[in-house]
Design a binder for this molecule. Structure first.
Ligand code: S3P
Length: 175
């Protein structure tokens, strides 16, 4: 197993911010799968969804993830839907220690409300969409992750400290 720390979780659970803080704290390079997709396609995510559809986006997401399999010592932050395919879940586990960041639907709604960059929530019932997707995805986040952290009540400092300590314990058991 590779010693990357992989962050999975629903939109708005803090993966990007926590990824950035962890990379500073541990001096690990940060990789964000959404950013790699945008770079590869030369278009922002809403435009990819609109022009090519979600299925095409998911194919690129899998290709990007597969390309990361040789990475070592990185923080890898992922898009919320990456856990949808079995192949992706296998790649995520191969990549390293997988942390599931979760939050309540209310908190997610609040955190995503002002951002129009998420095509799946750009409709007239974002709350219903969040609840419905969470119901489908939570078992998959659970299945793929080594550790679950509820971000509702914790500050970034506490979350980063928990991840750092549990990851170093986890990696020490790998040798
Ligand atoms: C998605 C989450 C987004 C992005 C895309 C699809 C999803 O990433 O990959 O809009 O299906 O949950 P974030 O979780 O970083 O917002």
């Amino acid at each position: 197993m590779s010693n990357n720390i992989v962050l999975v979780g629903f939109m708005g659970t803090g993966k990007s911010t926590i990824g950035w803080q962890l990379s500073k704290r541990l001096n690990y390079k940060l990789i964000d799968t959404d950013q790699l997709i945008v770079k590869r396609c030369g278009r922002p995510i809403p435009q990819i969804f609109e022009e090519d559809g979600e299925a095409a986006f998911r194919e690129i997401e899998t290709a990007v993830l597969k390309d990361l399999l040789s990475c070592r010592g990185h923080i890898i932050s992922t898009g919320g839907g990456i856990i949808g395919s079995e192949e992706n879940r296998r790649f995520l586990r191969e990549l390293g220690y997988v942390i599931w960041l979760c939050a309540s639907p209310e908190e997610i709604l609040d955190r995503t409300a002002r951002n129009t960059n998420r095509p799946l929530l750009n409709n007239n019932d974002p709350e219903g969409t969040i609840r419905c997707l969470l119901e489908k995805r939570n078992p998959l986040y659970r299945q793929v992750s080594h550790l679950k952290i509820n971000t509702d009540q914790l500050c970034f400092e506490e979350i980063c400290m928990g991840i750092t300590e549990s990851a170093s314990y986890h990696f020490s058991q790998q040798d």
